[in-house]
Design a protein. Structure first.
Length: 448
């Protein structure tokens, strides 16, 4: 009996909504051969076993990602929650800053005309501190004790710093002639009411938060953050700290790196799940993920092995943006649409997964969250701190570390490697069929 290569969408929905347990549902669906106890895998036809996805060039795949990476919408958030968000509209100042002339130093506010005779002896007519309401007038022939940030009384010409003043009781004596510094910050010397303090598209970094707070707005309009669900597949995977106690298991590492990467790029992680190599369970989890999230990342199962199921959740006619990319590492990476949602399939090897995330997930998240997708893949020129062999027929990306002004390729370039990832700062880009590179040659590289 011929068995389909993918679960039809209506079967997936029935599977996901049924109260019957996975095992019973899968057996009822078709006469599937059991594997590893109660889990079941859909057998592949001989054609499925040898079929490989068509490969798209890196530049073409990247251009398709950038074209899709458009903002998801806007929302209003409290200002205190705006850190890391991207403004969708300009942030304008509610009032000028400073709102009136203020003292730049601790000292005494005086009129220049009262300093004509040296030494100048003046009575102290009052005092002002930061937060006080502006005073209307400084009486002639007097001085005001004034602290930094305090409003300067009308009529004052300058603030004489306290180091140049000798105070005796309620009088001051100024021995030093007035210089060019007035020590007064003029009203609106920083910005005027209505000035744009942060433009649309500004990422609210710690510096931008400081500037934007001065606008005196309790809420800001920002682009919505992409909602992400991560599905990591593989029978051999176990949570960190548990793998050593289960024969045949290895720690599941990629989802933790991808989650941290996505958060750093402005994403909201809804959940990260480990799914065994069972098409039914994966299809059910993926169906729910597509309902809940804007973007679903499926880790592993992207190749053409007997238990590589991730592509088959898309049904018989997947709407691929690309089904594989002519790069090394990371050839199996794929991106598909499901209605208005996106599903990104990353390879199951750690280095391959993180390299493809940097190349494709970074611009995708940038565009979806309101930043410029192109900026996420800005290569720059570096000088090599070591040699590189000639590349093959695919575009290659080489892990490297920064040493001063040089890019030093790492010794371990295995797609399955994990140790080298912690020491990598750069991805060196090598075109297909490129020559060998020597120490000091220029290469293009991307921050990693």
């Amino acid at each position: 009996m011929h068995e389909p290569a993918a679960l039809p969408p209506e079967r997936v929905r029935a599977f996901c909504s049924s109260p019957v347990r996975v095992r019973a549902t899968m057996i009822a669906y078709s006469s599937l051969r059991p594997l590893s106890g109660s889990r079941h895998v859909l057998p592949r036809s001989p054609t499925d076993q040898v079929r490989s996805p068509a490969l798209t060039s890196f530049d073409e795949a990247l251009s398709r990602v950038v074209a899709l990476a458009k903002p998801l919408g806007v929302e209003i958030v409290p200002f205190a929650e705006a850190e890391g968000r991207v403004l969708s509209s300009p942030l304008r100042a509610r009032s000028s800053m400073p709102p009136w002339d203020v003292s730049a130093m601790d000292g005494y506010a005086v009129r220049d005309e009262d300093l004509a005779t040296q030494p100048a002896v003046l009575p102290v007519a009052g005092e002002a501190a930061a937060g006080d309401e502006p005073r209307s007038e400084l009486p002639r022939g007097t001085a005001f004790r004034i602290l930094t940030g305090a409003p300067v009384p009308h009529g004052a010409s300058r603030v004489v710093i306290q180091e140049n003043v000798c105070r005796r009781g309620n009088h001051i004596e100024i021995m030093t002639p007035a210089g060019p510094r007035r020590n007064i910050r003029a009203r609106a010397s920083d910005f005027e009411q209505g000035d744009v303090l942060a433009p649309a598209g500004q990422t609210m970094s710690w510096r931008a938060m400081t500037t934007a707070a001065a606008a005196d707005r309790s809420e800001v309009e920002v682009f919505r953050r992409p909602r992400l669900v991560i599905l990591a597949t593989g029978d051999e995977l176990a949570p960190p700290g548990e793998a050593h106690s289960r024969p045949g298991a290895i720690p599941e590492s990629i989802s933790y790196g991808i989650a941290a990467f996505a958060r750093a790029h402005g994403c909201e992680i809804m959940r990260a799940q480990h799914i065994p190599d069972d098409l039914g369970q994966l299809a059910c989890s993926a169906e729910k993920a597509v309902r809940d999230a804007d973007l679903v990342i499926v880790i592993g199962g992207a190749s053409v092995g007997d238990r590589d199921f991730s592509r088959r959740i898309l049904g018989e006619t997947p709407d691929y943006v690309f089904s594989g990319v002519a790069i090394k590492p990371g050839k199996p990476v794929w991106l598909a649409r499901r209605s208005d949602k996106l599903i990104l399939g990353l390879p199951g090897n750690p280095t391959s997964a993180l390299v493809t995330a940097r190349l494709f997930l970074a611009p995708l998240l940038a565009g979806l969250s309101g930043r410029k997708a192109d900026d996420a893949t800005a290569f720059r020129t570096w000088r090599l701190g070591g040699g590189l062999s000639a590349s093959g027929d695919r575009e290659s990306f080489v892990l490297a570390r920064v040493c001063g002004e040089a890019a030093i390729p790492l010794d371990d370039q295995s797609s399955a490697g994990q140790r080298a990832l912690a020491g990598a700062d750069l991805l060196i880009r090598l075109p297909p069929h490129s020559r060998a590179f020597a120490l000091g040659d220029e290469v293009q590289a991307l921050c990693f």
